[in-house]
Design a protein around this ligand. Structure first.
Ligand SMILES: [Fe+2]
Length: 253
């Protein structure tokens, strides 16, 4: 089984993965996958607290996959060797926690993903270069070329796109330009959105769980499970949360 959720920001938003919330989690195995759409944040400052939560996540029965967001310590990430896994370039953070590098196409259980992390921070004035913000939050041209090559190799056809920021035209329609800037990555995604044959696109970053249209979903505290023809929401499944925390119960595409 494959599940998708949004930002966890280290321990700040990890509570969606507790047994009380992600109730299916306890019955999963290593061949079940939870994908985090960026702002993983558990490679941040090497604190004892961070190691506690990294170990907590590593001991969960599933395998965690994540793309990077803007809130990652890119200096720390650089120290992990890049290897190939299921067709993707990845970094093994632990045996059970895997970072998917930007521009990767990977196949899991017959589902083909295009994964591309990174985003531009919208609170730069409160952050310190090399300590809480890194230039690498946005991709370089090599990473963008890698993405195009990976898509060329599969004829521009995948099932699911995983990113941390949306194409510009969607971001601008939903949020305007005051909070979230247009940049090379949002423009890159505009082009990919036009050209790529895909079924569903999930993105983190905006801290809401919301449907944009039949194909594009913002995801934060929701957890969805991919199904044969779409997804179903496995958390939250009741109305205790605000309307901004709800994705449709089921989607078929
Ligand atoms: Fe975030």
């Amino acid at each position: 089984m494959i599940f998708i959720t949004g930002d966890i920001h280290g321990n700040i938003d990890i509570k969606k993965l507790t047994a009380d919330n992600f109730t299916m989690g306890g019955s999963l195995g290593r061949n079940d996958y939870l994908i985090i759409c960026g702002d993983f944040g558990l490679r941040w400052d090497n604190s004892p607290e961070e190691h506690f939560w990294l170990k907590w996540l590593d001991r969960k029965p599933w395998t965690t996959l994540w793309i990077d967001g803007n809130h990652e310590n890119y200096n720390m990430l650089r120290d992990y060797p890049v290897e190939e896994w299921n067709g993707a370039r990845v970094q093994m953070i632990t045996d059970n926690i895997i970072h998917i590098c930007r521009g990767s196409v990977l196949d899991i259980d017959g589902v083909r993903f295009f994964a591309f992390g990174g985003a531009e921070s919208h609170d730069k004035e409160y952050r310190i270069e090399g300590k809480s913000i890194w230039r690498d939050e946005l991709p370089n041209s090599q990473e963008m070329d890698d993405g195009i090559s990976a898509l060329d190799s599969v004829g521009w056809k995948v099932d699911i796109v995983i990113s941390h920021t949306f194409p510009y035209h969607i971001q601008n329609e939903l949020f305007g330009s005051a909070n979230f800037s247009r940049n090379a990555l949002t423009d890159y995604f505009d082009e990919i959105d036009k050209r790529l044959d895909f079924k569903l696109w999930f993105t983190g970053h905006y801290h809401v769980s919301e449907q944009y249209d039949e194909k594009h979903y913002l995801i934060y505290n929701s957890i969805v499970q991919l199904t044969q023809d779409g997804f179903r929401t496995v958390y939250p499944t009741n109305n205790r949360h605000s309307s901004k925390e709800h994705l449709p119960a089921t989607i078929a595409v």
